[in-house]
Ligand binder design. Structure first.
Ligand code: TGC
Length: 386
């Protein structure tokens, strides 16, 4: 098997600080030993066992203690996402949504009491979080959400339907976004999932992200003021959290591409056709080198994002560009790796077909390719084409 370092044509791994190398090796060893052998059957069953969540917490996937990691936070988070997605995009999504959307929203917008109550058990993986932004009727245009909240003078009444809630049936706590009636801003609330006004419906028949727990939420809630996240006001508050998750996607899909490149190499070096190893044919070399070249570009982009993030100079436009293009390049790599593996490539006993199916979702969620294109176009051309 090709190791990730071997696919590192630009020698970027040399730039990882020691604590990130240690994290990389710890997560990689865990995934390769404890998860990888089971991924095909879990994916087929559409289920990720619950013990993985506490294992991820032990690996500090939901955040470690601050301090030693502060100088390499961007690389730390990025490499973690990359290693998780080497296994499966669904594993990375679980962590992205729990840590970078739900925990991030509580940390940014919560009261001291909310932070004290929720963040520590979430970091320990004891309470899983989710983030309910997308309405059933409006995905790309969250400003058009029909989920509403209204203050009666004594409590908040919230009603609506949310869709594609990752971790939605397992989560203990959700961050729910609703537009205040009659003409208020979008607001964010904490919602304990044992609330009687919440009905959760798993989404089945998925041909992608089958390790993800995806749900529809039907909301008919009455919440005390204590459940409102006071700092979460306006759509920009939700989108600021999405920046964190999109950053993780730009890094994560590098891992999916790495896995595809490694499997395709193993296959073409072992398999022969027409009297020679596949790897000794020009068409195969052209395709495989195309994968490695794209992987290099994806890695360069991801490392630069981390530098900008750590310098606190990262702009949402750069995250949009990196998310958009890294996902498309990962899709190209997965499709080419699938093709290089011939008929064997269609089995999700191997990575490429599973990654290919997953990446179709990753291309769409947390801002579709089109949404990011138009957000970048609006920013750089100064004209709104939405
Ligand atoms: P627009 O006027 O551009 O923006 C409204 C306010 O938001 C601010 N803003 C941002 N702030 C931080 N980071 C960003 N990336 C931001 N983008 C915009 C903006 O400055 C403004 O603030 P203010 O103070 O001026 O009001 O809003 P728009 O309605 O024109 O829409 C812009 C657009 C299309 C880019 C945005 O709506 C968008 O990103 N759409 C895609 C939404 C998306 O990614 N949805 C998927 C969410 S994932 C989910 O719901 C499930 S959680 C994940 C899971 O469970 O898997």
């Amino acid at each position: 098997m090709l190791t990730p370092e071997e696919a590192d044509v630009w020698q970027l791994e040399d730039r990882l600080p020691a604590e990130v190398v240690a994290l990389r090796d710890r997560v990689r060893a865990y995934i390769d030993q404890a998860l990888r052998p089971h991924l095909p059957s879990w994916w087929e069953a559409g289920h990720l066992p619950a013990f993985v969540i506490s294992d991820l917490a032990d690996l500090q996937a939901f955040g470690g203690e601050a301090g030693t990691l502060s100088r390499s936070a961007g690389l730390w988070q990025g490499v973690l996402m990359r290693e998780l997605e080497r296994a499966d995009s669904g594993l990375r999504s679980l962590v992205s949504v729990h840590a970078h959307l739900a925990m991030e929203a509580i940390a940014r917008y919560g009261t001291a009491d909310q932070i004290a109550e929720w963040l520590a058990p979430m970091r320990r993986g004891e309470r899983l979080g989710c983030f309910a932004l997308t309405d059933v009727q409006s995905g790309s245009d969250p400003a058009a959400m029909q989920t509403t909240c209204r203050w009666t003078g004594a409590e908040w009444r919230i009603s609506g339907q949310k869709r594609w809630v990752t971790n939605g049936t397992r989560a203990a706590i959700g961050v729910v976004w609703a537009r205040e009636e009659p003409d208020g801003p979008i607001r964010g609330f904490l919602l304990p999932t044992d609330h009687p006004g919440l009905r959760r419906e798993p989404i089945g028949f998925k041909g992608s992200l089958r390790l993800s727990d995806s749900a529809v939420w039907h909301l008919d809630l009455r919440l005390d003021e204590g459940w409102r996240l006071p700092g979460a006001q306006g759509l920009g508050a939700a989108l600021a959290c999405l920046n964190q998750a999109r950053y993780g996607i730009a890094w994560g899909v590098v891992g999916a591409a790495m896995d595809c490149v490694a499997e395709a190499k193993a296959y073409v070096t072992q398999r022969s056709a027409f009297g020679r190893a596949l790897a000794a044919t020009q068409l195969v070399q052209e395709a495989w080198v195309g994968c490695v070249a794209r992987l290099g570009l994806m890695q360069l982009t991801a490392f630069r994002l981390a530098e900008l993030r750590d310098a606190q100079a990262l702009h949402p436009l750069q995250i949009s560009l990196a998310k958009r293009d890294n996902v498309r390049m990962a899709l190209w790599v997965a499709r080419k790796a699938r093709e290089l593996m011939g008929a064997e490539g269609i089995s999700w006993r191997h990575g490429p077909m599973r990654h290919l199916a997953n990446l179709e979702t990753v291309d769409t969620y947390e801002g579709t390719y089109a949404v990011h294109t138009l957000a970048i176009g609006r920013q750089l051309l100064g004209s709104n084409a939405f």
